[in-house]
Design a protein around this ligand. Structure first.
Ligand code: ADP
Ligand code: ASP
Ligand code: MG
Length: 462
């Protein structure tokens, strides 16, 4: 059971969490928690301030995080347990202060240090929630996630080393379950084989829950969050969004990959591999049915609309043919500058790609000079329609593009899957384009609809 930041943010949230965990106690739950809402962003802010030499500002943020946890601790555990929890929280806080002092001296917030810094949020929340569960009478045990989730050293976005992780999770967590305990661990955080702290990428606690669920061959993974389930689009973008009751692993993976923040994109793979259903549920309305993710995709239908902001569209032009050696050169340059490429398209003499930041682009362009000419545009967003066999339904694409024909959109040809139709739009047009598409495909008059099967292959020109 994974509880996100808003599901542990204050006393009422923690009380609801206790009730939800109690209701599952017969099924031997493992609890994975995120940092309290906003704490990860605050830690990042503190780190940036310290690295710029603003140590006072950095320490003030750290103290406000500490005070927030202490105040909560004071309310969720009684006097006798408070002392031990207070010592644990204080020792984490002192380590955080020390790190900020070091940062103010070194002035270098690289991804390795950042992983150590951001992990404090989950270290603090896991201690707090574990103590709150004990206080409620449950036999809960805090587990240091860094002692059982082992990853490579790609700081900021590490990947699990599956065999080692499975072995350690089974060793540490399964033995607690056998002893009748409820293990409580921080999501998002992990460590390398040598014990150096890593993180699984922003929003990575969902992934942690799936990693643990897969290692233990759990009967289900539950993601407890602040919305009623996976919805037809982000309810913050469109108030008509509605819950999708059931969806396939493939559809959910695609929605997450293309920006549905409700699930970290890596969450589905381990669950799918072990065929473990994933439920997305609202911790503020635990009686709701939520979304069940599992199994294979069914009928052809539009299942959801996503939007990914902060997209940079990069164009590379070459006077020669684009062959494997040129592609190799290009991708090696992006890889070595840690610039993840989301979407790639190719045509004669041209490679188009989407990346998440402009930071490394000037250096990459300099490195590729002579081989390709590179230019880019930022402040773009990728709007994507997801559903089974969409590319084989020309009528879906024509309705999409008719709906946004008056906007300055760029259609993408991605080729990799039949499940998406996407286009680039200026960031300022995200809400409007999502709302228009939602009205077309999910209006009350036209409920989620199956599109008659046609086998015509369809690919939008790029
Ligand atoms: P948590 O802190 O619980 O991990 P997140 O903020 O990471 O929660 O994810 C939940 C948020 O995801 C929702 O509040 C919602 O605004 C956003 N969201 C984006 N797309 C979707 C979608 N398709 N369905 C549901 N929520 C979505
Ligand atoms: N606390 C981390 C973040 O904000 C991980 C998570 O919430 O899943 O990204
Ligand atoms: Mg999340």
């Amino acid at each position: 059971m994974k509880f996100g930041g808003t599901s542990v943010e204050d006393v009422p949230a923690i009380q609801r969490l206790i009730g939800i965990v109690e209701s599952r106690v017969g099924s031997q739950p493992v609890v994975v928690v995120s940092a309290l809402a906003r704490v990860t962003d605050q830690l990042l802010e503190a780190g940036n301030a310290a690295a710029k030499g603003h140590l006072g500002a950095a320490l003030a943020i750290a103290r406000s995080i500490y005070v927030r946890h202490e105040e909560l601790a004071d309310k969720v555990v009684d006097r006798s347990a408070y002392g031990a929890l207070d010592r644990e929280l204080r020792s984490e806080f002192q380590a955080l202060e020390l790190l900020l002092h070091d940062l103010a001296t070194s002035r270098q917030l690289d991804l390795k240090v950042q992983d150590r810094l951001l992990g404090f949020g989950e270290c603090l929340s896991a201690r707090l929630v574990s103590a709150a569960l004990q206080e409620s009478g449950l036999k809960a045990s805090h587990v240091d996630a860094r002692s059982c989730i082992v990853t490579d050293d790609r700081h900021g976005q590490a990947s699990p080393l599956w065999d080692l992780t499975n072995e350690k999770v089974r060793d540490v967590v399964a033995s607690l379950l056998q002893a009748g305990s409820v293990p409580v661990m921080g999501g998002f955080i992990a460590s390398t084989v040598d014990g150096v702290p890593t993180t699984l990428g922003r929003g990575g606690s969902d992934f942690s829950a799936a990693i643990v669920g897969a290692a233990l061959d759990a009967s289900r993974v539950e993601i407890w969050t602040d919305v009623d389930g996976v919805m037809t689009t982000d309810p913050k973008l469109c108030s008509d969004a509605r819950v999708i009751r059931k969806m396939s692993f493939d559809e959910a993976a695609e929605l997450a990959y293309f920006g549905a923040k409700v699930l970290h994109p890596a969450t589905i793979a381990p669950a799918m591999r072990e065929n473990i259903p994933v439920y997305v549920l609202n911790s503020r309305r635990p009686e709701g049915e939520g979304t069940e993710i599992g199994g294979r995709a069914g009928a052809n239908r539009v299942s959801g609309i996503t939007a990914k902001r902060n997209v940079v569209a990069v164009e590379l032009h070459s006077d020669q043919d684009i062959d494997s050696s040129l592609l190799n050169k290009v991708f090696t340059a992006f890889d070595e500058h840690c610039c993840a490429v989301d979407v790639v398209g190719m045509s004669i003499g041209r490679i188009s790609m989407l990346v998440g930041s402009t930071a490394a682009l000037p250096e990459i362009a300099a490195r590729l000079q002579g081989a390709v000419r590179m230019q880019w545009e930022n402040h773009r967003a990728l709007v994507c329609l997801v559903g089974e066999n969409l590319r084989r339904q020309p009528e879906v694409a024509s309705r999409v593009f008719a709906a946004v024909s008056d906007m300055d959109v760029r259609v993408l040809c991605q080729g990799a899957s039949d499940r998406t139709i996407s286009f680039l739009v200026d960031e300022s047009k995200v809400e409007e384009s999502v709302q228009r598409l939602h009205r077309i495909f999910f209006s009350k008059a036209e409920p989620t609809r199956d599109w008659g099967g046609t086998s015509a292959a369809f690919c939008q020109a790029g």
